[in-house]
Design a protein around this ligand. Structure first.
Ligand code: FES
Length: 100
């Protein structure tokens, strides 16, 4: 069934960091357990955010939501998320080829 444009939240078992297969649930648990002072400390959660960098803004958002006492949800369809991440990686590779 085609999407009718209704925003879907990411499930806990879907990966925020696709490179390192770190799920939303794992990141949420890490944030609650460790209370990282800055979002970059989320790299200690199974290396999330340390490869292509696509997920970094989303990790920052989750960290910010928690620090503001809000629910740590990402209102994005995971299929679209991974498609956009693939396109991001391709653009990045193209730039690296041109630079190198
Ligand atoms: S998706 Fe997290 S570093 Fe690539």
């Amino acid at each position: 069934m085609p999407s009718l444009g209704v925003k879907k939240s990411m499930d806990k078992n879907e990966n925020v960091c696709v490179c390192h297969r770190v799920s939303l649930g794992k990141i949420q648990s890490y944030i609650v357990r460790e209370e990282p002072k800055v979002a970059s400390q989320l790299s200690n959660c199974l290396d999330s955010g340390t490869s292509c960098g696509w997920c970094i803004p989303f990790l920052k958002k989750l960290h910010k939501l928690h620090s503001e006492g809000m629910e740590m949800d990402l209102n994005i369809d995971h299929e679209k998320y991974t498609e956009r991440r693939d396109a991001y990686k391709q653009r990045k590779c193209t730039h690296e080829d041109a630079d190198g």
